[in-house]
Design a protein. Structure first.
Ligand code: SF4
Length: 452
């Protein structure tokens, strides 16, 4: 079972697979070393997409912070750079007997790819004689999820984890469950979550996710200036917000102005993500603006908002995100941007449809529409930074999600292409996509736009 709180993880930018995941992996390895003792040296080697776009995505900093024992959910985003700089200067990991020389011990391997996933990491620990005493491989498989080689092999062999009471492995099964039980999609997701935590904890957790999403929007609306990384991209959310506020009470305004508000919320989140701020994976960091933008749109512009509707939105979005992750991928490095922005749009469309009282069939339809019109979208971030095209792409994804929900709510839920078919199409398209379009910055916009 993929929990709502696995998909919506409060962390930091700019990338769930390249920042959050590596930090989690490095911290896990630190715990292993601390438990073991007798270690004189540690090394970390990153492969594939992590190496190719790791500098732009802050993978090196994330690994240093993880080795220092920090976690994405709790680290102060303003302290990440100073902490990494201090470690580079002192070599002090706080592990007795270990001096970490960043130049020597943190290796970007641009030649090799580990066998199970392009986002591979290998951590080794050596004793005083120079012999390796620990050797662990981790994969960052998207959305901040991290697995060891053994866990990845068990997953690909289909070894089952804990079975929730209302398990569903496809959109069809989910719809059948709603017919059989009379429950809504958010109620089914909630019933499954109850195997992991209490109702009070679930409600509090969902509200915390919502609050973190809205806080990210608020911060993004206030910040100005250039984003870090050298691409000289200027933040836009603040100026757009001021412009919208200035004309808010004008007598004559175009109806499509609502799209600017939806775009604004997404831009605010993704500008925060690009600057390493506090964001929520939804389902990834690169696509972190879409679900919050549509959730905020629901709160501010749709009727009858209340906390319960917000929770239904998130539970429904998680049910759809879990299906996509299980049946295809939410990783840009695996299937391109269709798996990140496309998945987020499908989740947001489903969430909005649920919050507006749509049926299970309309929710499934909304998710399908949103995903269908992201098929084939490549991942080609310029300079390996999660800025262009990522930030604007979230604004489009959020608007498409609203269009998908609206089209679905105007229908009866009956439609020609099923969500399962479109997820499978996304998986196959991602499989066939050339590697240069999968978060390597070796193709597309990344090679056709000057990065200086
Ligand atoms: S292009 Fe899409 S998948 Fe690639 S880093 Fe940007 S948001 Fe993520």
């Amino acid at each position: 079972m993929i929990s709502t709180f696995d998909l919506f993880k409060i962390g930091i930018g700019p990338s769930s697979s390249h920042t959050v995941g590596p930090m989690v992996a490095a911290r896990r390895f630190r715990d292993t070393v601390l438990a073991r003792g007798g270690v004189a040296r540690i090394s970390a080697e990153i492969y594939g997409s992590l190496a190719w776009t790791g500098r732009g995505h802050g993978t090196d900093v994330a690994i240093l912070l993880g080795l220092l024992g920090h976690a994405p959910a709790t680290i102060d985003p303003d302290r990440t750079a100073p902490l990494a700089d201090e470690l580079r200067r002192t070599g002090d990991l706080g592990i007795p007997g270990v001096h970490f020389d960043t130049e020597r011990d943190l290796v970007f391997n641009f030649k090799d790819i580990l066998p199970l996933h392009t986002n591979g990491m290998r951590f080794r620990a050596y004793d005083a004689a120079g012999d390796a005493v620990e050797d662990q491989i981790f994969y960052s498989v998207g959305g901040g999820f991290v697995v060891t080689a053994a866990e990845a092999e068990a997953a690909s062999a289909g070894e089952a984890g804990q079975e929730p009471p209302l398990a569903f492995g496809s959109g069809r099964e989910l719809l059948d469950l709603t017919l059989r039980t009379g429950l809504t999609i958010p109620q089914i997701q909630l019933a499954n979550e109850l195997t992991l935590r209490s109702r009070a904890d679930i409600d509090a957790g969902l509200d915390a996710v919502r609050d973190a999403m809205f806080a990210c929007i608020e911060r993004g609306l206030r910040m100005d200036g250039e984003l870090p990384g050298g691409l000289r991209v200027r933040r836009r959310a603040k100026r757009l917000y001021e412009s919208l506020e200035a004309t808010k009470l004008a007598n004559s305004r175009p109806a499509h102005e609502i799209m600017d508000w939806i775009s604004l919320y997404a831009l605010a989140v993704n500008e925060e993500n690009a600057s390493g701020g506090r964001v929520v994976t939804a389902p990834t960091n690169g696509a972190a603006g879409i679900v919050p933008a549509v959730l905020r749109y629901t709160r501010d512009f749709c009727p009858d908002w209340n906390d319960e509707r917000g929770r239904d939105f998130l539970l429904t979005a998680a049910a759809i995100g879990g299906l996509i992750k299980a049946r295809a991928s939410i990783s840009g490095a695996e299937v391109g941007c269709q798996g990140e922005v496309g998945s987020a749009a499908a989740m947001a469309a489903a969430g909005l449809t649920a919050a507006l009282g749509g049926s299970a069939f309309q929710i499934e339809n909304a998710a399908e529409i949103a995903m269908e019109h992201h098929l084939g979208m490549t991942c080609d971030p310029i300079a390996g930074l999660v800025q262009v095209p990522c930030i604007e792409r979230n604004a489009f994804g959020a608007n498409k999600a609203v269009v998908a929900a609206s089209l679905s709510l105007r229908g009866d839920g009956q439609h020609r292409v099923s969500l399962d078919e479109v997820i499978e199409t996304m998986r196959q398209t991602g499989h066939d996509m050339q590697a240069k379009y999968k978060e390597t910055s070796l193709g597309g916009l990344a090679v056709n736009v000057a990065a200086c």
